[in-house]
Design a protein around this ligand. Sequence first.
Ligand code: UDP
Ligand code: MG
Length: 329
Amino acid sequence: MQPRPILWIVIPCYNEEQVLPITAPMFLNKINDLVKMEKISPSSRVLFVNDGSKDKTWQIICDLSKQDEHYIGISQSRNRGHQNAVLAGLMEAMNRCDITISIDCDGQDDINAMDAMVDEYWKGSEVVYGVRSKRATDTWFKRTTAEGFYKVMNALGAEVVFNHADYRLVSSRVLKHFADYEEVNIFLRGMFPLVGFKSTSVYYERAERLAGESHYPLRKMLALAFNGITSLSVKPITLIAGLGVFVSLLGVAAAIWAIVEAILGHTVAGWASIICIVCLLGGIQLISLGVIGQYIGKTYLETKRRPRYIISERTWEPTQRHWIEEEKQ
Ligand code: UDP
Ligand code: MG
């Protein structure tokens, strides 16, 4: 039998003094249950990442870590946002565990879905996406904007799993490859599909926040969507180039029409020449912008220095294995 994996649950926390005392024991119970069922190792941990909270969150995390050895915490020097907090936690966990599960600390994501996630890992998946099957408890506005978000993202070339937020299981092997994605603008849920490896989804119902308030108002959601699109895709630039071609064709048609009108004598002097210049130049400018954009887009993708390939299987044991194992200890 495979050795039982060490699980680290990674939880970003920003001003969560109200909800943390309620949800922290839930995470610990889950670890204890999974250990009892012999699905994970007893050295598993609950890792809180304090994202520069201004309230007592860090104090609560410190107190928890004294209560039970399974609770541990790290604190960011200041508030950097949810995505960076999750990243910090995952990188902290990477060399110290076999699997990580990232989850919000407000109890909205069903903690019990972790059982199914760990089962899927045992069955061979290295990335397991938690997907919301229903959003009955979200307001109509939140639900519509959130679902629209996924549709717009996919339409603009950022591949994301529909209705998956940042509740997911990732093996440390995948994290080590993920660490080679050195970009600064991170959008985790769009980046893990790029890393590849066997993945699957488990479904759960999204509940209401147990306490405290959401930190994701529409403004932050729009910023996240914009960051997701621009950091994963150069499709908007291609759209500009396409628009340029379209406007140029219209311009040619308009120019022909203006010339015909001028010949038929329906116009005042000078009108046709101005219309021709305006229409054609507009199209040419947009095409030029699109072409320049393509080069900037390429430069942009190059500067990310993402890995060019990732090997998932070998028929032979790489010698590196020894130091990978050593690093883990
Ligand atoms: N969060 C964070 N830094 C921030 C904002 C939020 O670490 O700047 C954490 C927050 O503590 C929570 C998770 O990210 O655990 C999701 O935030 P929230 O529940 O407010 O978002 P929503 O579920 O409403 O989209
Ligand atoms: Mg929430």
